[in-house]
Design a protein around this ligand. Sequence first.
Ligand code: AHR
Length: 495
Amino acid sequence: MKQAKVKIHKDFQIARTDPRIFGSFIEHLGRAVYGGIYEPGHPTADASGFRQDVIDLVKELNVPIIRYPGGNFVSGYNWEDGIGPVADRPRRLELAWGVTETNEIGLNEFAQWLQKVNAEMMMAVNLGTRGVDEARQLVEYCNHPAGSYYSDLRIKHGVKDPYGFKVWCLGNEMDGPWQIGHKTAQEYGRLATETAKVMKMTDPSIELVVSGSSNINMPTFGSWEAEVLDHCYDQVDYLSMHQYYGNAENDTPSFLARTLDMEAFIDNVVSTCDYVGGKKHSKKKIMLSFDEWNVWFHSKNAPFEPWSEAPAQLEDIYNLEDALLVGSMLITLLRHADRVKIACLAQLVNVIAPIMTVKGGPAWRQTIFYPYLQASQHGRGTVLQTLTDSPKYDCKEYTDVPYLDTLVIDNGMDGISILAVNRGEEALTADYELNGFTPETVRLHTVMTGSDMKAAHGAGQDQLLAPVNSRDHRLEGNQLEVLLPARSWNVLQLS
Ligand code: AHR
């Protein structure tokens, strides 16, 4: 049997995880809002029309921060359309996704929902069709206590206390030709700088996320980050990253190796941020907000009726191998906890999501729900430097891919957690040398695996591939031997 060796030491630490690394995203898109979180008349709907079954699943995931309202949607959105009496709100042609937006849900209703799921708002402003003025007015509406036009308007709308939203995105994917109001790096860099200035003048306590490249394959990748940051380095706190992966070629070994690209993507962006910082003789470090990441390809080009209200869009049904890659993506994000402070699984409900809903029926968990849940449960603490010596494989798109992708997290009083993906078609033994720890027992050992990588969940069948308990481990002193089944997601917790 193949064997891997892993060494850690309690004192060799990467960083404490920022809880916001377990964030997510809800866009006005498809059935994410309408028919997702909101379905008046549903048997579990509360007085405001929010589905309690969805609230319960989001709470189970313990999602600390949720990006809203887009996405591509935000680049054509007038935030004022979503405030005030619902009956007076305009129906609009929503150009990003080719549908009709009723504006029944706006920022106040969404903020109300966030309270129910105990999550913080990560608000995006429109820098596609709009700019400086609308962004500062939105900050004033949301965060200014009282005594000004927009703060008094909020109070008139029934929200007495300011929200104090802390994290704000300066537009979305502004480098993408598909984006409404797409810009060059020079145009966006200037606009982001001036918008950031007035937003922080309105509320100096906020933190700002500037748009990076839409993905690593963008032709302007690298130069976009450098030029945009050249303009706004002093005004912003985070640079945004987005990346989705797919397996349209049905090449599982390459698909499961995609996180090698994600790793390189993060390293390159960190270097670019620090290059600009160095050039500016700045003491400040720009942190990363990986605010869209997931598997996305199953539903590409699925038909829907143009200009309809909340049609099914981007409803990927995830299988087992998708869950393994999501696990590996979570490990990759956590491994960079020194720079990645915010990350958002895109998205949360119905749209490329871990949670799905049936109209009038149940909400259910996709396969990817589980690695996200377990990373959120066990990934909080101090991420340790994890030295892995794993056998490797070559495949169509990569060479030297380690079979084992793993990470150890020091959970403090709760012990230590191990997250591990075996990418290979055979079982693997991993020997962990846990220096500086004296573990007593393996409190938890679960495995998510199966013989059919294409197996998926459906409504009423969302436990099929859920992680199951395992006893395939041996603990002697600080040496732990674990059996990692072929193509599996594994979680252990040691007390
Ligand atoms: O998450 C779906 C879409 O993907 C978002 O609207 C956009 O930002 C990205 O291209």
